[in-house]
Design a binder for this molecule. Structure first.
Ligand code: ADP
Ligand code: ADP
Ligand code: MG
Length: 672
C-alpha cells in the first residue's frame, strides 16, 4: 500500500478520500486554491500545498503544479476525485511520466470512453446494446436532420465530449432541429472545447440505471450492482438509490454482464460506472441501452458502499497499488436499501439558480461517519459526506453541491423514512439550498411508490415548486417567541411590564416588521386585557401562545394549531425551521428601504457572478417581458435571463466571454 498520496481535488470528495486514507494509515497531501486556504479538505489532510488562484483553471486544473506538489511532498500516487482532472487522459499520462501512480484507469481507457460517439462505436462492437442513433463523424446540419428524421422525433442531440448534464438538447419537431443543433454546438465548443455531437432517439419515460464496475491489474472485473439515478433536474442527478426498484435478478445480472463487457472492451482498471438508459415496457419488463461510461469514482458511490458494506475508495487504493480485487463476483451481496440526496446551494423555485454565500448555520442530523466495510456489514443509518463547515463560504468558483446525505434501511420504506427525517433535521442558514425541495421530492407520491423516470420532477411540478413550506405567520410566531424569550433572559423580567412603547391603547402592542425576500410584512403583536397574545397582519388575526422547549426551539400555538419551531439568528437573518419547511426572515428597516423605488429597473442584471455565454438581442431591439435576452454560465450551469418587462434594449454593457459580478447590469432597457 502507498505511504502517501496527493488528493487533486477539493470539497466533499477530497475529505472522503482523506478519511479512507487515514483509516488505512496512508498519509495525505491536499492541494488548495486561494479561495480554499481555510477549506475543510485542507484540514482533513496531513499536509497541504497551495497551487494558485480561485478559478479552477488557475489551480485545480494546473497539472504541473499538482505534479510538482506531489514530488515535493514525496507522494507516490494521485487521487483525482471527480470533476477537474479525473477524466483527463493527458493528466493520467503526465502522472505516469512523473513517476506517480494515477489512481484511476489507464489513459487509453479514459480516451476510449472520453468521446460518447467513439465509445458507442466501440460498444456496438462489444455487443453492448445502444440507443438507436447516429454517432458518426458527419456533423453537417442537413445530414444530421436527415438522421433525426430517420430515427424519428423526439431526438436528443448530445455533445460527444459532454458531461455533467450539459451539452444536450431534446428536439420534438424537425423545424426546431437546426436551431437546437447550433445552440448545442455552441455550448459544447464553449464548455468542452469540441463541438462534435451525436443524435439519438429520445427515450420517453426513461430511467437512468447505472452499474458500478471494478477491475484490477490481474484481469479480474466485477460489478457491484446498480444505482437508480432517475430523479434528475436538467439532466443532473438529484437523488440516487440502490438497488433499483423493480429490477429483476435476471435483468440485474444481464446489465452487470454488459457493464463488465464494456469495461473489458477498453482494458479497464479501477472504479468505473457504466450508465444505461432503461425503458420500462408495457409488460413491466426493463430494456436497457448503453449511454456512456464514467471513468472515475462517481458522486453517488456511497449508496453502493451502503448496500455492499464496502469502501470503494479503499478498493481504488488497493487496485492502484497492484493488489487483486478484495472480492470475487460470487462473494458480493446486496444488503438493504440506500438513498443519497445531493444538497446543493441553489434556488429550486428560480430554475435551480445556484446560490453563493456564507453557511452561517450548518447543522446536520445525527449521523455516523462512514463505517468500515471489510467483513462487517454495518452500514450507517445516516451518513453525511460534506466538504464544508459552519462559517464556510460557497463561492461562485466551484460547483454548487455542498454535501450529500446518505441513508440506509433494511428496505426502501425504512430508508425513505430515514431520509425524510434526516432532511427535516438539516438546517442551513445563509444561502438558498434545495433541502426543503428534496424533502418534497422524497415525500412525493411518485417517489414514495418508486414510479421513477427522469421526468419525475417535471411531472410532479405543482407539488414540488412554489411552496413556502412554512406559512409566513407561523414563521413570524417563531420570531416572536424567539424575541420574547431573549428579552426575558436579558431583562430578567416580563417585557410587558416595561415602561416603553409597549403600552398603548390600554392593551399593549408592538410592531414586528419583517422582510421576506426583500418584501415587507408589518405584523403587530398585541397583548389583550386578559393577558393573551394576538398576532396580526392587516385584517388577519391569530391568537398566539408559546413556550421554549430547548436551545432555540419553541412550541407555538397559533390559532389553536401547534407548531414546533427552531429559530436560528445569524447576523440580520432569523431562520425559522418548521416540520414542513423553513423561512429566512430579517428585521425590516423602513428607513433603509425608502430609497428602493428610486433607481434601478432600467436594466437586466446578473443574478449571480458568472460568464456571459450569449447575448440574444442587439442594441435597439424591442423586447417583450419574458423574452430571453442573454445566457450566463455560473457554477457549471447555463442560465437564460429573461426581459423583466417590455422595453427597448439600449446599450449592451458586456460582451460574450466576459466575466460579470452579481448585480452587474448586462444591458440597459429603456421605455415602458
Ligand atoms: P455524472 O455521474 O452523470 O457524470 P455527476 O453528477 O456525478 O454526473 O457529476 C457531474 C460532473 O460534475 C462530473 O464531471 C463530476 O466529475 C463533476 N462534479 C460533481 N460534483 C462535484 C464536486 N463536488 N466536486 C468536483 N466535481 C464534481
Ligand atoms: P452526462 O455525461 O452529462 O452525464 P449522459 O449521456 O450520461 O450525459 O446523459 C445524462 C442524462 O440525460 C441521463 O441520465 C438521462 O436522464 C438523459 N438522457 C441521456 N440520453 C438520453 C436519451 N437517449 N433519451 C432520454 N434521455 C436521455
Ligand atoms: Mg452521465
Amino acid at each position: 500500500m502507498f505511504k502517501k498520496i496527493l488528493i487533486a481535488n477539493r470539497g466533499e470528495i477530497a475529505c472522503r478520500v482523506a478519511q479512507t486514507a487515514r483509516r488505512l494509515g496512508v498519509r495525505t497531501v491536499a492541494v488548495y486554491s486561494e479561495a480554499d486556504a481555510q477549506a475543510a479538505h485542507v484540514g482533513a489532510c496531513d499536509e497541504a500545498v497551495p497551487i494558485g488562484g480561485h478559478a479552477a483553471k488557475d489551480s485545480y486544473l494546473q497539472w504541473q503544479r499538482i505534479l510538482d506538489a506531489a514530488k515535493a511532498t514525496g507522494a507516490q500516487a494521485v487521487h483525482p476525485g471527480y470533476g477537474f482532472l479525473s477524466e483527463n487522459e493527458d493528466f493520467a499520462r503526465a502522472c505516469a511520466a512523473a513517476g506517480l501512480v494515477f489512481i484511476g484507469p489507464p489513459p487509453e481507457a479514459i480516451a476510449a470512453m472520453g468521446s460518447k460517439a467513439a465509445a458507442k462505436a466501440l460498444m456496438a462492437e462489444a455487443g453492448v446494446p445502444l440507443v438507436p442513433g447516429y454517432h458518426g463523424d458527419n456533423n453537417d446540419p442537413q445530414f444530421l436532420l436527415g438522421q433525426a428524421e430517420a430515427i424519428g422525433f423526439p431526438v436528443l442531440i448530445k455533445a460527444s465530449a459532454g458531461g455533467g448534464g450539459r451539452g444536450m438538447r431534446r428536439v420534438d419537431r424537425a423545424e426546431d432541429f437546426v436551431a437546437a443543433l447550433v445552440s448545442c454546438q455552441r455550448e459544447a465548443a464553449a464548455s468542452f472545447g469540441n463541438d462534435h455531437v451525436l443524435v439519438e432517439r429520445y427515450v420517453t419515460r426513461p430511467r437512468h440505471i447505472e452499474i458500478q464496475v471494478f477491475a484490477d491489474t490481474q484481469g479480474q472485473c466485477v460489478y457491484l450492482f446498480e444505482r437508480d439515478c432517475s430523479v434528475q433536474r436538467r439532466h443532473q442527478k438529484v437523488l440516487e438509490e440502490a438497488p433499483a426498484p423493480g429490477l429483476s435478478a435476471e435483468r440485474r445480472a444481464e446489465m452487470g454482464a454488459a457493464a463488465v463487457a464494456a469495461a473489458q472492451a477498453v482494458g479497464y482498471v479501477g472504479a468505473g460506472t457504466v450508465e444505461f438508459i432503461a425503458e420500462e415496457r408495457d409488460d413491466g419488463d426493463i430494456r436497457f441501452y448503453f449511454m456512456e461510461m464514467n471513468t472515475r469514482l462517481q458522486v453517488e458511490h456511497p449508496v453502493t458502499e451502503a448496500i455492499t458494506g464496502l469502501d470503494l475508495v479503499e478498493w481504488q487504493l488497493r487496485v492502484a497499488a497492484g493488489q487483486p480485487l478484495p472480492r470475487r463476483q460470487d462473494e458480493l451481496r446486496i444488503h438493504g436499501h440506500a438513498i443519497e440526496a445531493r444538497i446543493c446551494a441553489e434556488n429550486p423555485d428560480a430554475g435551480f439558480l445556484p446560490a453563493t454565500g456564507t453557511l452561517q448555520v450548518l447543522r446536520w442530523p445525527a449521523h455516523v461517519a462512514f463505517q468500515r466495510g471489510g467483513d462487517a456489514l454495518t452500514p450507517a443509518p445516516v451518513r453525511v459526506d460534506a466538504g464544508v463547515r459552519e462559517g464556510d463560504a460557497i463561492s461562485p468558483h466551484y460547483d454548487s453541491m455542498v454535501a450529500k446525505l446518505i441513508v440506509w434501511g433494511e428496505d426502501r420504506a425504512q430508508a425513505l423514512a430515514r431520509l425524510d427525517a434526516a432532511l427535516r433535521d438539516t438546517r442551513i442558514v445563509g444561502l438558498a439550498t434545495n433541502v426543503a425541495f428534496l424533502r418534497r421530492v422524497v415525500g412525493s407520491r411518485a417517489f414514495a411508490t418508486a414510479d421513477l423516470d427522469t421526468a419525475l420532477i417535471e411531472r410532479e411540478r405543482p407539488a414540488l415548486f412554489g411552496h413556502a413550506g412554512l406559512p409566513l405567520e407561523v414563521a413570524a410566531a417563531g420570531v416572536v417567541a424567539h424575541q420574547l424569550r431573549h428579552e426575558q433572559t436579558l431583562e430578567g423580567s416580563d417585557p410587558w411590564s416595561r415602561r416603553d412603547g409597549w403600552r398603548l391603547h390600554g392593551g399593549a402592542r408592538r410592531r414586528i416588521d419583517l422582510a421576506l425576500g426583500g418584501e415587507h410584512h408589518g405584523f403587530t403583536l398585541a397583548r389583550l386585557h386578559d393577558g393573551a397574545l394576538r398576532l396580526s397582519l392587516g385584517e388577519q388575526h391569530w391568537p398566539l401562545g408559546w413556550r421554549a422547549l430547548g436551545e432555540d426551539r419553541y412550541e407555538v400555538l397559533l390559532a389553536g394549531q401547534r407548531h414546533v419551531l427552531a429559530v436560528h439568528a445569524a447576523g440580520e437573518t432569523l431562520a425559522v425551521f418548521g416540520e414542513h419547511g423553513s423561512l429566512e426572515l430579517s428585521e425590516y428597516d423602513p428607513i433603509a428601504h425608502a430609497a428602493d423605488q428610486a433607481g434601478g429597473g432600467g436594466s437586466l442584471t446578473a443574478p449571480m457572478p458568472g460568464k456571459v455565454v450569449a447575448l440574444l438581442v442587439q442594441a435597439g431591439a424591442t423586447v417583450t417581458a419574458g423574452q430571453p435576452l442573454a445566457v450566463m454560465e455560473a457554477m457549471k450551469m447555463e442560465h437564460t435571463l429573461h426581459a423583466p418587462r417590455d422595453g427597448v434594449v439600449g446599450e449592451l454593457l458586456y460582451a460574450v466571454g466576459d466575466q460579470v459580478s452579481e448585480g452587474a447590469a448586462l444591458l440597459t432597457l429603456a421605455g415602458e
